[in-house]
Design a binder for this molecule. Sequence first.
Ligand SMILES: Cc1ncc(COP(=O)(O)O)c(C=O)c1O
Length: 457
Amino acid sequence: MNLTPPPPVNATTSALKTTTESELTRDEVLALRKEYVAPATFMYYKEPINLVRGHMQYLYDETGKQYLDALGGIVTISVGHCHPEVIAKTKAQIDKLQHATTIYLHPALPLLAKKLAEKMPSADLKVSFFTNSGSETNDLAMTMARLFTGNLDILTVRNGYHGASLATMSAVGHSTWRFPIPTTGNLHHIAPGYCYRCPFNLKYPDCNVQCARDAENVIRYSTSGKVAAVLAEPIQGVGGTVVPPPEYFKILYDIVKKYGGIYISDEVQTGFGRTGAHYWGIQNWGVTPDAITMAKGLGNGVPISAVTTRREIANAMTGKIWFNTFGGNPVSMAQGLATLEVIDKDGTQANSQKAGNYLKEKLLGLMDKHRLIGEVRGLGLMLGMELVKDRVTKEPATAETADVMERTKNHGLLIGKGGFFGNVLRIKPPMCINTGDADFIVDALDKVLNEIETGKV
Ligand SMILES: Cc1ncc(COP(=O)(O)O)c(C=O)c1O
C-alpha cells in the first residue's frame, strides 16, 4: 500500500476562492465561524489554520501547505489521517448500512466488542457498552460503579480531565474546564502523582509516594467512608503529560479496593498502544482495572467511545433500559474495528515505542541547549515538555509556550499545549510517524526555542 503523502494542493489566484479544494477561503470560514459558532469553542493560533485534507501523519491547509500533525487531532488519530485501509472499510459499511441502533442486530457492533475483549488486560473484562465521546463513557462508567457497589463517592485525580458533561466536568480536577454552576456531588479530588510539582513538596522516593497514600485520608475525611470507584488517567493528558511515580496507581488501587470501590482506567488518550510498551496505559503500572473507558484513538476520527468491564459490573445496569441512539452506530463500529485491525497489522504499538523512545531521547537532548525546558516526560508517543522561566523556581513559561506553538506552526509543525498553566508542550502524533518525522519535530523545536531564547522576533 502506498502511504506516501499526496502532492501539495496548488492554490489558484482567484480573488474570491484561493483554493482548489475548499469551497471557501480561510477568511470566509473564519468569518462564518465567528458569526455562527458559539465563542466558547476556542481555536489554536493567532491566525487559525483551515484544514482541507489529511493523510497519515500530515495535514494540509487550503494553500497546500503541509503540516506534520504532532498532536494527532488531540490524540485521536491513532493510525494516521484517512488511513486508506480504515477508510475503505468505513466506506464499504456506509454503502451497506449506515444506521441501525442497538434495538436490531447488525454485525459490526458485536465484532468490535469481541475485538475489545481480546485486547483487555484480563479475560474478565469482556463486555462493552458503546457511546460517542469520552465524556459519555466516563459518565456511564461512574453510574455503573455506583450501581454495582451501592456506594456514591468517587475519587478522581486533581489536574485530571475526564470530559465536559455535567458529571464528568465535576470529575475534572482543573478549574480551567469547570464552569461556575452546581456540579454533581460525591466526587472527591485526590493528589496527583506529579513529581515535578509535588503537591506535598517532597522528593521521590523519600516521599514514600505520599500523593497516592493521601487518598486514604480523602476517603476517611471527605466521604461516607465507602467509595464506588476511582476514575483516573494512567498518564494525565490535558493536565500536561503527567507521569506518576511507578507505585502510585498500585497504592491507589489497594486503597480503593479496601474501601469497596472499583478501579476505572480512563484510557481515552493512553489506549491502543500509545504508551508503547503496553496496549493500555494502566498496564505500565502493574494494575488490572475493573473497567476501561476509551474514545478518541479507538475510532481514528469518528465519534465513538466505549467502556469495557466485567459482566457482573455491567449487570448492574440491567435494572432499567439503557439506550444511546448513536452508541454502536454501524459506521463508527466499522471504523473502530478497522482501526484496531490496522494497529495489529501495521505494528503500530511497536512503532509507538520505537519512534517514541527515539523522539524522547532527542527531546531530552534539547535540555542541554535550552534553559526553557524544565522537564521532558512521557511514554511511547505520549510525550510532554514542560517549559519554565527558571529551572530552580519552576515559574511556568506560559507566554513562551504559546510562542513556541505559533512559531512551530510556521515551520509546518502542529503541537499542542496543556497543564494548568498552559506551559506544557504536548507531542502526541499519529502512531505511524517515523524517525524522520521525529527529527523534524526536534529540529523545529530547537530552532524556535533558540529564536525565543535569543529574543529573535
Ligand atoms: C482522558 C480524557 N478523558 C475524557 C475526555 C473527554 O472526551 P470527549 O472530548 O470525547 O468527551 C478527554 C478529552 O480530551 C480526555 O482526554
